[in-house]
Design a protein. Sequence first.
Length: 407
Amino acid sequence: MELAPIFLTLGGLFLAGLAADLLARRTRLPRVTLLLALGVIAGHSGLGLIPDGVDTLFSFLSVAALTLVAFLLGNALTRDKLRLNGRLILAVSLSIAAATILVVTAGLWLIGVPAALALLLAAIACATAPAATHDILREADAEGRFADAIRGIVAIDDAWGLVIFSLVLVTAAGLTGAGGAGLMTHAVHDILGALAIGLLIGLPGAALTGRISRGEPLQAEALGLVFLTAGLCEWLGVSYLLAGMVAGAVIANFASHHERAFHEIEHVQWPVMLLFFLMAGAVLELEQLLALGGVGLAYVALRILARLLGGWTGATLAGAPPPTRRWIGPALLPQSGVAVGMALVAAEEFPQWGPQIMTLTVGTTVLFELIGPPVTRLALSRAGAGDGAERGAKPKAQAPDRAAPEA
């Protein structure tokens, strides 16, 4: 492919992303939503301004962006944060996962969807949007226990989702009379492989990084760890999200000589995330929304209900204050490409339902990516975590670090 269209497209996307960022600052709209909307306008469903072939960059950008985010989310699973918020994180994440499986499966089955298909769609509904949620937290300058709990839940949520999805694949295979032994082997390989890679990268990373520049890893060190993790996961076919979270958590907990272990990742993530969200919007097919039908609308309503019910139940069991009980579920509405990845696997294993699974998942992911971020931003505001409202416990000197990646 010629280089000129690539450079022109990337230049235009960076400037469009800058415009979206400035507009977000002045309108209080989440920049994730604005970036996705701009991508939709420029992409296949809009004006068609993205040249053919450039959208192949999306595969690289999605893996790079999500692995960067996975490392940062792993930082939310430090001993100190888990000691403070661990009960809430565990209770809410498990409660939402259980509520999603029960509510979505039962609801779809009652309107006539086969039990195995309903179970598969419920497992896909467990997936969240780590990149979008992390960016909203960062954009809103969200601090305090509510924000830390959201970071921890998002970090662990997709790990639960991966485990649940793997088990559901085996269960659905049993319900349809297909063999499940191969699927179970694949699930074990995916989960244990990701954990092994996370430890393989995280333990040496904790010991060796931050030695050249005392107390803080260099940018080359940080990117080296991230790309090694992504490359090994792609090569071995395991979850780069789970591996990145494990590596990030290991480094955050065991690198005692680090002052800010992920400072350099914070500096490089925003340009990658900007392109990721714009390209995500560009490859969305809005026609999928029109194809949802009654089952799609039921799926959307059931997933929202499960988030609200599971969030409230988990926060109540953890003894959280009323604002947290009311708003922690809505804060976790966004859904992203993780769900589409699960859908691709499910469609491959159950080809008789492949078109239904893909159409419904892609369509509802578009919807949740557009409506989820504003609801998350509202939840942060109502729970008192947005715009540094609870920053009193943190030193003000940290504020400039947030702005650096956005410059």
